[in-house]
Design a protein around this ligand. Structure first.
Ligand code: AMP
Length: 190
């Protein structure tokens, strides 16, 4: 199996690059943000609970997202591998992911981290908000909070994966195609 984490702050282009990666490498795409938004759309209790936090740009509790990811991994039908997008976002989530994968006799092959300047992140998120109507992409205060939360809770994962020799930093500025070429040249060596 080929399992990768696509990593970076909100607006780094994780979702757009995931689409290219799943086409080329035939991986199962697991985006916790997408799963949570689908729970909100169908109005489950979990969705309602998550929405309050997402609307403020705060993280949803670890036990909820860990449970969702575990369920998706254990119920995938003969996957070639997974691409984790927007997960893990805390060290506890990363540890839980390592555990679940090891129980399923597999592991993370590598982490692809997209490096994008702050101003560009904000610009991309606001642009996406206009197209998608996502409320957390339209308010500058929420966007700033999401980037703060990333720096505080998620950036420590850089050290976590560097220690495992799995961390690969990619220049995330430029066109989607150029960035995808950079990602492919790293992934082809996994
Ligand atoms: P995203 O679509 O990845 O930008 O996620 C949108 C929002 O969903 C985030 O701001 C969080 O509120 C929530 N969320 C998504 N993934 C996670 C996660 N792994 N842990 C906690 N909260 C998450």
């Amino acid at each position: 199996m080929l399992n990768i984490v696509i990593f970076g702050p909100p607006g780094a282009g994780k979702g757009a690059q995931s689409q290219h990666i799943i086409d080329k490498y035939k991986l199962v795409h697991l985006s916790t943000g997408d799963i949570l938004r689908s729970q909100i759309a169908i109005g489950t209790p979990l969705g309602l609970q998550a929405k309050k936090l997402m609307d403020k740009g705060e993280l949803v509790p670890d036990d909820i997202v860990i449970g969702m990811i575990r369920y998706k991994i254990e119920n995938a039908q003969n996957p070639n591998g997974f691409i984790f997008d927007g997960y893990p976002r805390t060290v506890a989530q990363a540890k839980a992911l390592d555990e679940v994968l090891s129980e399923n006799k597999t592991a993370i092959n590598g982490v692809i981290s997209l490096e994008v300047q702050y101003n560009e992140l904000v610009k991309r998120i606001l642009g996406r908000g206009k197209d998608s109507g996502r409320s957390d992409d339209q308010d500058i205060k929420i966007i700033e909070n999401r980037i703060l939360v990333y720096n505080d809770k998620t950036a420590p994962l850089i050290e976590y994966y560097k220690k495992q020799n799995k961390y690969h930093s990619i220049n995330g500025m430029g066109t989607i195609d150029d960035i995808f070429k950079r990602i492919s040249s790293v992934m082809d060596k996994f």
